[in-house]
Design a protein around this ligand. Structure first.
Ligand code: RTP
Ligand code: MG
Length: 141
């Protein structure tokens, strides 16, 4: 197994619902360690840049509007198979399809307001962590 890092975002809906701590507890119980964290209200430019891969998709504008609708909690998580493990904890993109006990099943309201983001591969994880954190902000350095 590989020790990995992944980028996680607790989206505006979940921050507004006051479940940041409950979601952190799920990461920690699954063996994922928070190695960097910041709360931030993303600018439109930051949200568009972060989701640039989706810029041609029909849902892009709704996604950006939602991501800038309130503050988000951004963290890098480290652990064995952290990328897949976090995706399993999150559940399916649409909460209607998310397995019981997953973060999206328990806290998400819709495919737009779906509580969390998680990197989907090693390459994207590295790019996404660097998008929000300087190397000196990820611990241990
Ligand atoms: P995320 O990137 O946020 O972790 O979510 P994901 O990998 O599960 O889903 P992705 O395909 O990367 O899509 C990014 C976000 O766009 C919204 N979306 N809406 N209306 C739609 O068909 C649709 N499809 C995707 C979701 O909010 C998704 O989290
Ligand atoms: Mg994605």
């Amino acid at each position: 197994m590989a020790l990995e890092r992944t980028l996680s975002i607790i989206k505006p809906d979940a921050v507004a619902k006051n479940v940041v701590g409950e979601i952190y507890a799920r990461f920690e119980k699954a063996g994922l360690k928070v190695v960097a964290a910041k709360m931030k209200h993303l600018s439109r430019k930051e949200a568009e840049g972060f989701y640039a891969v989706h810029s041609e998709r029909p849902f892009f504008n709704a996604l950006v509007e939602f991501m800038i609708s309130g503050p988000v909690m951004i963290q890098a998580l480290q652990g064995e198979n952290a990328i897949l493990k976090n995706r399993e904890l999150m559940g399916a993109t649409n909460p209607k399809d998310a397995a019981p006990g997953t973060i999206r099943a328990d806290f998400a309201d819709s495919i737009d307001a779906n509580a969390v983001h998680g990197s989907d591969a090693a390459e994207t994880a590295a790019v996404e962590i660097a998008y929000f954190f300087a190397a000196t902000e990820v611990f241990p350095r």
